[in-house]
Design a protein around this ligand. Sequence first.
Ligand code: SF4
Ligand code: SF4
Length: 402
Amino acid sequence: MGVPLIQQLRVGGYLLKQRIKGTKRFPLVLMLEPLYRCNLACPGCGKIDYPDHILNQRLSVEECLQAADECGAPVVSIPGGEPLLHKEIDQVVEGLIKRKKFVYLCTNALLLAKNLDRFKPSKYLTFSVHLDGPKEHHDKAVAQEGGFEIAVAAIREAKDRGFRVNVNCTLFNQLTADEAADFFDFCTHDLGVEGITVSPGYAYERAEDQAHFLNRHNTKQLFRDIFKRGEGKKWKFSQSSLFLDFLAGNQDYRCTPWSNPTKCVFGWQKPCYLIGEGYVGSFKELMETTDWDSYGTGNYAKCADCMVHCGYEGTAVEDTVAHPIKALKVWLRGPRTDGPMAPEIDLSKARAGDNFHEKHVTDFMKDVPITKRDRRWFEARGLEVPAAANEGDGKAPTVAAE
Ligand code: SF4
Ligand code: SF4
C-alpha cells in the first residue's frame, strides 16, 4: 500500500468519527487549486483553458489555509495548473503540515528539482509527479519531448534527498496493458516511489484532444488486462483495493464528489474537481446547496464515462469501512480480472450538459481590463469580448516565479 501507516490510522480514525456522528456527506481529500497557470499545455488537460487574466489569479496563503480549516479533510491534494509556479506554495505547504494535513503536492516536475530547497522532507508531504506512462506516451501526453527524462531525474533527486514521491498516472486509450504493466514495474522497482495513483483520464470538454479518452467499458477491460499482468509484482498503488476493484469492473459504485471538494480561484466548485458548474463562497454552502442528485454517471451527460479517483475513491473508502471483510479479501487476492462485470449504469435518462464555462469566464472578465492575449482567447472561440470599453494597456501582467 502506497500510503504511510500514520496516514492510514489518522484517516481511519477520521472515518470512524464521521460514522459515529452519522454524517451523511463528509470530505476526505480537499482538492486545493491555488492557480490555473501551467508551464505545460497537455492536450488532455481541461484545467488551463482560460484567458490570461484568470491564469494570473492566485489563492493567497491565507485563503488556502482557511479552505483547509473550513473543510477539515485530513488529506489535501494541491493540483493546478502547476503549483510550483505559485511563489508562496512553500508557505501553503508549511501551514498545512502545521495543521497535520497529509499534503500531496501535484507537479509536472519541470521545476521540481530547482524548487526542492523550498521544502523539508516530512511524512506529511508527498510530491505527486505527473507521469503518464513510459517516455513515448508521457512526452506525447505533455506535448513536450524530453518531459519524461526531466520528471524522472527530478523524482530521483527528490528521493535521494529524502522526500516521499508518488507517481500520478492518467491512462488514455493509446497505452496497452503490457506497456502499463512495464511502466508500473519501472515506478515500483526502479524509481522506488512510495506509491502510484492511477486513473483513467476524465473526458474534459475543454481539452484540446478529445480522441484519446477511455469510455467506461474500455477502462474496465484495460484495468483487468493490466492487473492480470501484475499478479505478484507488488505494485504500490496509493488507492484503496476496492477502488482498484471498481476500475476492473467489479463494483457497482456511484460517485461521491463531496468526498473531494474543490477550492479554486473562483471559490468552492460545484459539484466536483472535474466539472465546474457553479461556485460558492464557503464549504458549508457547497455542501448544503449543491444538488448532488443531479450529477453522477447516469444523471448528467458530462459524467457518462467518469471513473476517476476524485469521484469514486471516497465511495470505495466508505464501502471499505462498511464491508471490511470484502475489502480484506480484495486486498489479499487483488482485483478480480475475469468473470462477469458489475452491471453498467443506464445512461439513457441522463440530462444534457450545460454550457457553463464560457458564460462563467465572460461574467468573470466583464469588469477587468482586457489585454490583447485575453482578447485573443475570446476571439479564438468566436465569443464576444466582454467590456470592450474597458480595454487594458495590451500588456499581460508579469507573474512572479514564472
Ligand atoms: S501539467 Fe497538469 S495542469 Fe499542466 S497542462 Fe498538463 S495536465 Fe494540465
Ligand atoms: S461522475 Fe461524479 S466525480 Fe465524475 S464528473 Fe460526474 S459528478 Fe464529478
